[in-house]
Design a protein around this ligand. Structure first.
Ligand code: B12
Ligand code: SF4
Length: 511
């Protein structure tokens, strides 16, 4: 048996999440991966995508080393997109190298692009890294390997030579037209793709233990929440701004992917993907690309075409600031139900302004919640935990802000999510920690491997200068009491958390 190109996604198998205890995270594939496989397949080469989390449940005892020995791939491409995948991905790379010594092992995705030189220096099993957009470059790599041509002509590739590491320029950059023509719906290239859609495209964490998993399912059935089969829309690339903590902002895209601006998939193609989502078995779609919240014409046009097509599904729209009322009208008019998320990140306006160029005030937020509620859209608020600049008064400010929003959200459902923000490679505060008042505990690729190994101590990758443990605990307590992401509501979720914690007493919240 021979598969020409094997694309692999390794989730973080040994993660932990509050009341759920041991759980698997990073369950979504990069949305561009099925399209990448489709691009290679359209050149007449056989392609398969393996999700190592799906493999774990669908083929217990699955052995990657034995599998690649059998498949004998020419190229094995790892999607090292999200940094929490680092340890698991490196383990999988080693297994592939043992089973397929002749295969060309290439990496792509955000983390791989930001740390390309270092990865080649640290992991000898890796042959090359494609930075930024992958479609044209991966096909060019396949062409070069199949014809034994020099790799110096493969765009975006950093690769190992007999004498060192060579870096080809990022000369292949996709355009708005080219990304609108890609086959994002090629889920059929994923082995056990129905299982992927049914079990992995929803909850952020998949508990290892059965009681937690079963209880979560019941909770989600009764109260809803993240857990439906969600198709993430591949809506665009790049970003219009640079947020302080984000590894995917405008600055990072320019530095690592060669993209100075942002591009969007055309409204017609986006609407067609929304229609495909229902045929593929998804319950809802999620739009997480909103570079111009002040000019909502693009998404209004998407909503108009969806309505005209007669397709009905649910929409979870991540607004990059606060949404325009006309957009909310268009979404509510076109979708079965609408959930709009907004990310104040910090209740302190000063801190928010420092990290988010698309600023809005607390009053703007409360008004926007009320506007959404008046129009019948549910609301999700996303907070960070313990950003530099926050202090002992922050927990009380957070409580007050959530209470104001709750009052404004009459007649609709208000959910909250609150995550401690982790260090990401290539983000502005990783590049200039002193400017943000932090000290890094994660800098190198080796640090990222160590930070995500199964037995690693909890660490966000930085320490805020001058902060103490008492402050961290108070923030966590306020979060548990007022912003719990678990059903039935931000204020009562801590009861569900306690119930879940009863199955694993060492976990659970402080609320
Ligand atoms: C949409 C989005 C999401 C969506 C999911 C997107 C998805 N499934 O791909 C949601 C909201 C669910 C999400 C979640 C998370 N995200 Co996010 N997300 C984005 C966002 C806004 C756009 C990404 C996108 O759509 N790109 C365009 C698509 C079409 O291309 P693509 O999938 O990236 O694939 C291309 C290339 O990356 C490359 N490529 C990818 N894999 C491979 C493999 C090979 C072999 C090759 C050659 C090339 C290649 O080629 C592809 C085609 O050209 C970016 C920020 C930004 N503005 O870019 C952050 C971003 C990618 N997310 C990030 C993070 C940290 C996360 C989370 C870990 C957050 C968290 N703490 O939970 C989770 C992970 C969830 C998971 N995997 O289960 C960081 C990653 C930084 C880093 N280096 O780790 C980013 C950069 C910024 C940010 N902080 O939001 N995210
Ligand atoms: S967090 Fe900010 S910089 Fe990052 S993708 Fe979102 S809007 Fe862009």
């Amino acid at each position: 048996m021979k598969t020409h190109t094997l694309l692999i996604h390794a989730p973080k198998i040994n993660d932990r999440f509050g009341p759920l205890g041991d759980a698997m995270s990073i369950n979504y594939l990069a949305v561009g991966l099925p399209a990448l496989g489709g691009a290679v397949e359209s050149t007449g080469r056989s392609v398969e995508i393996l999700h190592l989390g799906v493999q774990r449940v669908a083929e217990p005892g699955f052995d990657l080393e034995a599998e690649v020995r059998k498949l004998r791939p020419t190229i094995v491409g790892f999607s090292l997109h999200w940094h929490p995948q680092t340890w698991d991905t490196v383990q999988a790379i080693r297994a592939v190298r043992r089973g397929a010594p002749e295969a060309f092992i290439v990496l792509g995705g955000f983390t791989a692009s930001a740390m390309h030189q270092e990865i080649l220096e640290t992991v000898p099993e890796v042959d090359g890294i494609i930075r930024g957009d992958g479609e044209t470059a991966l096909v060019a790599l396949a062409d070069a390997l199949d014809t034994s041509s020099p790799l110096g002509g493969v765009p975006n590739l950093t690769f190992r030579t007999a004498t060192g590491i060579e870096e080809n320029p990022v000369s292949s950059l996709s355009t708005a037209n080219s990304i609108s023509g890609l086959d994002y719906e090629r889920f059929d290239l994923i082995r056990h793709h129905k299982r992927y859609i049914n079990e992995f495209c929803g909850a952020f964490y998949i508990p290892h233990r059965r009681p937690q998993a079963a209880l979560m399912k019941v909770g989600q059935k009764l109260f809803g929440g993240a857990g439906g089969r969600t198709m993430i829309l591949p809506a665009g690339r790049g970003c219009s701004v640079t947020c302080g903590w984000c590894g995917g902002g405008r600055l990072s895209h320019k530095k690592f992917h060669g993209r100075k601006n942002w591009i969007q998939v055309s409204p017609g193609r986006t609407a067609a993907l929304i229609a495909r989502s229902t045929e593929l078995g998804f319950d809802e779609v999620q739009a997480c690309f909103d570079p111009t919240p002040k000019d909502p014409s693009h998404w209004i046009e998407v909503a108009r075409i969806v309505k005209a097509s007669g397709v009905r599904t649910k929409m979870y729209f991540e607004s990059y600031a606060i949404p325009d009322p006309e957009l909310v009208d268009a979404l509510v008019d076109s979708f079965e139900s609408v959930l709009i998320s907004m990310s104040p990140e910090s209740p302190e306006e000063r801190v928010r302004r420092r990290f988010r160029p698309m600023h809005f005030s607390n009053d703007d937020l409360v008004e926007a919640v009320q506007m959404c509620a008046d129009k019948g859209a549910n609301v999700m608020l996303c907070f960070g935990q313990g950003l530099p600049g926050e202090g002992m008064k922050t927990p009380a400010a957070a409580t007050k802000l959530v209470q104001r929003c709750r009052k404004a959200a009459k007649g609709v459902r208000l959910q909250c999510r609150s995550f401690a923000i982790e260090m990401e490679p290539g983000s502005p505060w990783a590049l200039r920690p002193e400017a943000y008042g932090i000290e890094l505990s994660r800098r190198t690729f080796r640090d990222y491997i160590d930070a995500h190994r199964p037995d690693a101590p909890a660490d966000l990758g930085y320490r805020i200068k001058g902060s103490d443990d008492q402050f961290a605990m108070e923030i966590r307590e306020a979060t548990c009491k007022e912003m719990c992401p678990l059903p039935p509501s931000p204020r009562l979720g801590h009861l569900t958390c306690k119930a879940l914690g009863a199955f694993s007493p060492s976990t659970g919240c402080s609320g």
